[in-house]
Ligand binder design. Structure first.
Ligand code: UT7
Length: 334
């Protein structure tokens, strides 16, 4: 390296961890709860089962803490060295008092500051960008990003259009500076709020504060217009991912793995087909967890960690409520 050239600090993922609750909710069990069938759910979504956090008194922070502790233990990380803890979630423990602050305290990250980040199913993707920006700026050295959602707390288990999709879980990734040239390479993020009603919780915010009426109407549950979201997701995920490859001069064969948000197997298949990325390179675990919102990407990283090699080129893609969506390119550092 030229001595006058400033050293480039890239933000790399240096450890991952995850947690899902023990209780399994199968398609067969859902057949007894709503008018649905295992074959419909399997063929329309690719989901066979999802995990549900059942223990009273436990919430999203519990999932996040377990995922963080899994990472800390695997990495043999001293939590006092963590500078920042971010939790991407749409199901915070409480509406006010950041879940991340509680999580940081519980894992012993007493020197860290902490806050939550909300971008629905794109939460972890956007959070990776935030983590990477903090690291490459040189301002912080260890950023712990957690994606955690207890979707069972906002799902109406009498609504067959949503209850079959979602599950609970959490995953975590540690971001650190890397001077070998590996880490966050590029991102292309988008959002469009004009269709925000297509996927949302209507009440409980400043627009429709909680009243007896909102409670009676079931307006505190998550609702979606599945077809609108589906069409948008298929088109836009392909568009941003294609852009990501093109502007980094990557062909499908250069990509080591596509790491897509797990909302519906058909959306992922459509994206992979458009990019002509072979199935072997498309990471999937939706069959076991369903859609865990902010947790899908780190759950994939944790499940497939042993497949990754230093220098592997990972392309992330997500689409979620808001709408929020995007794609990112990262090279694996270990
Ligand atoms: O992660 C955040 C982003 N979220 C997403 O990306 C979700 C995107 N949307 C989807 O994944 C799909 O739209 C769903 C899985 C939600 C629904 O699949 P679909 O293929 O779009 O089904 P549909 O809504 O077009 O419904 C087809 C039929 C309807 O019956 P008719 O009108 O054709 O008689 C529905 O009433 O399937 C019916 N249906 C069901 N049948 C059995 C809807 N839900 C169910 C169900 N079991 N659970």
């Amino acid at each position: 390296m030229n001595h006058h050239q400033k050293e480039v600090i890239k933000a790399a993922i240096t450890a991952v961890g995850a947690y899902v609750p023990d209780t399994v909710l199968t398609n067969q069990e859902l057949e007894n709860m709503v008018d649905t069938s295992d074959s419909w759910i399997t063929s329309r979504t690719g989901i066979k089962e999802r995990r549900i956090l059942k223990e009273p008194g436990k919430a999203t922070s519990f999932l996040a803490i377990q995922a963080a502790q899994n990472l800390i233990q695997k990495k043999q990380l001293d939590p006092l060295t963590i500078d920042l803890v971010m939790v991407a979630t749409i199901t915070p423990d409480v509406p006010v008092a950041a879940t991340a602050a509680y999580v940081a305290s519980q894992i012993g990250a007493s020197n860290a500051f902490a806050y939550d980040l909300q971008a629905a199913c794109s939460g972890f993707l956007y959070g990776m960008s935030t983590a990477a920006a903090y690291i490459s700026s040189g301002r912080y050295n260890k950023v712990l990003l957690i994606g955690a959602d207890m979707m069972s707390s906002i799902v109406d288990y009498t609504d067959r259009t949503t209850c079959i999709i979602f599950g609970d879980g959490a995953g975590a990734a540690l971001f650190e500076p890397n001077t070998e040239g590996y880490g966050w390479e590029d991102e292309y993020f988008r959002s469009n709020g004009t269709d925000r009603d297509a996927l949302r919780i209507k009440a409980g915010g400043s627009l429709h504060p909680t009243t007896q009426q909102t409670l009676d109407a079931g307006d505190h549950f998550i609702r979606q217009d599945g077809q609108t979201v589906y069409k948008y997701a298929v088109t836009e995920m392909a568009h941003v991912t294609e852009t990501m490859l093109q502007r980094n001069s990557l062909t499908a064969s250069d990509v080591s793995y596509l790491v897509p948000h797990q909302a519906n197997k058909r959306i992922v298949d459509a994206t992979a087909k458009r990019l002509e990325i072979h199935d072997d390179k498309v990471l999937m675990n939706i069959a076991y967890y369903g859609n865990t919102t902010a947790a899908t990407l780190p759950l994939l990283l944790n499940d497939f960690e042993n497949n990754f090699k230093k220098g592997d080129k990972l392309i992330f893609a997500a689409f979620g409520g808001g709408f929020t969506w995007g794609a990112a390119y990262l090279t694996w550092a270990y």
